[in-house]
Design a binder for this molecule. Structure first.
Ligand code: PLP
Length: 461
């Protein structure tokens, strides 16, 4: 299904999508009975796999008792308990949570709260947002405006916000100079924020937004040591708010509940989604510092933004059950243990692969950057759409991974993102690496075939 017979406007109007029917642990199954190891949780979503009974029960029980009550009239127990749970574990200074329906809404809310904070403080000139190239913060127009994914932005440029300034990401593989120590590189990259704020003048800048580990655009871009410490210092000196977008890298994905914990910094706002409710329900959230809460409380007393499905009781019940399961089943220990094994196995298998330029990540969040030439780091011709071939060939092998284009400059460059569920064991890792290796080599081999032969290939039955 999913081809020309479907009445759904699918993401691709050419793809013939299999119909997913059910899941079991880290596996998904389709109508034809094929099994897929979900090694990317779709797009870093399904962190508990696909059949967690306690989460399913929590959803069913919540729907039976209270499916929905609008948040302008009521609060709900699951939303309150989820907020309590997260705030008890959040980085210092954060004190309240707002729940929305997904990542893009979370980023929109974080941007609007930053703006509202400065209005409540009587500084209306603070409007600019500083972001990083090769970032991704969502596809709604506000979130897209502050994202640095060129290909996703391009069509909508006439509608995007203009008060957004971009600096370089922290991208050691491409930007660290020969012989430059990691710390010096991190400092140099972070100082671009200071230069941008000085250029715009601090009184005009509302916030800086960054993914602690860059996800979708360039694949697990890791902060250099000290990078975020310096970012925090710059934000403190200039008053600029620091928004951490942990939608992909947060909620345990890197081995700690919040990715920024391992950088030793506390943001002013943290956007979360994906692993928060692990795909059992759609949910995003923004955690907000006490200073911002106080400014609003002592000022207008009202949030300037809202959505119909804010704080949805069933979605919050699912997220609470997910977070309790992660804690009670000690799954972050497993993320760290299996993450270390995954790293070793990726380095063993791909460390000297002629077309794998870089292997980077943390916890169960890893990426391979693909290059035509390891010595020069030259990316593949984007016209070859290597990342799409990898996705297709991996799927043919029964492996779901998340390859994307744009890692080099936003339009060319290919990488493969891996984000397997926190419940995986050694055997799943062996299977993942084996299937990925076959899929990658098949995709590379397909580059050698004439176009007509490639078009004639079909999915095996
Ligand atoms: C870092 C980051 N921010 C925001 C988003 C947008 O989230 P959503 O697709 O739930 O709107 C994504 C989605 O991939 C993301 O990776």
């Amino acid at each position: 299904m999913g081809g020309s017979h479907s009445r759904i406007l699918h993401r691709s109007l050419r793809a013939d999508l299999p119909t997913a029917t059910h899941g079991s642990g880290p596996y998904l199954f389709d109508q034809a009975g094929r099994r897929y190891l979900d090694a990317s949780g779709g797009a870093a979503v399904s962190c508990l796999g696909h059949s967690h009974l306690a989460v399913i029960e929590a959803v069913v029980n919540q729907i039976k008792s209270l499916p929905f009550a609008h948040t302008s009239f009521f609060t709900s127990e699951p939303a309150e308990r989820l907020a309590d749970f997260l705030m008890a574990r959040a980085p210092r200074g954060l004190s309240r949570a707002a729940f929305v329906s997904g990542g893009s809404e979370a980023v929109e809310t974080a941007i609007k709260l930053s703006r509202q904070y400065w209005l409540e403080r009587g500084q209306p000139s603070r409007a600019w947002i500083v972001s990083r190239r090769l970032s991704f913060h969502g596809n709604t127009l506000g979130a897209l405006s502050v994202g640095g994914h060129l290909a996703r932005r391009e069509r909508y440029l006439p509608y995007l916000l203009d008060k957004v300034e971009f600096i370089s990401p922290c991208y050691a593989y491409r930007d660290r100079r020969e012989g430059e120590p990691d710390e010096a590189y991190g400092l140099r990259a972070a100082n671009e924020l200071e230069a941008a704020i000085d250029r715009l003048q601090p009184d005009n800048v509302a916030a800086f937004i960054a993914e602690p580990i860059g996800g979708a655009t360039a694949g697990c871009l890791m902060p250099a040591p000290g990078y975020f410490t310096r970012i925090r210092e710059i934000c403190d000196r200039t008053g600029v708010l620091f928004i951490a977008d942990e939608i992909m890298c947060g909620m345990g994905r890197t081995g700690t509940l919040f990715a920024c914990e391992q950088e030793g910094v506390a943001p002013d706002l943290v956007a979360i989604a994906k692993g928060l409710a692990a795909g059992y329900q759609p949910l995003g959230g923004v955690l907000v510092s006490d200073a911002i809460v106080r400014a609003i409380e002592n000022g207008s007393g009202m949030l300037g933004t809202g959505h119909t499905y804010m704080g949805h009781a069933v979605a919050c019940a699912a997220a609470l059950a997910v977070q309790l399961a992660i804690e009670e089943e000690h799954l972050l220990d497993n993320v760290r243990r299996m993450g270390a094994l995954l790293e070793r196995r990726l380095r063993d298998r791909f460390g000297s692969h002629p077309h794998v330029g870089d292997i980077r990540g943390r916890g169960l969040f890893w990426a391979l950057e693909l290059v035509e030439d390891r010595a020069t780091k030259k990316p593949f011709d984007p016209g070859l759409e290597l990342y799409r071939r990898v996705k297709r060939e991996a799927l043919r092998q029964g492996l779901i991974c998340y390859p994307s284009g744009g890692a080099f400059d936003g339009t060319c460059g290919d990488h493969i993102l891996l984000a397997p569920p926190y419940i995986i064991d050694e055997s799943h890792i062996e299977e993942l690496v084996r299937l990925l290796s076959i899929g990658l080599d098949a995709a590379l081999a397909s580059l050698q075939q004439p176009a007509a032969a490639r078009a004639g290939r079909k999915r095996p039955g």
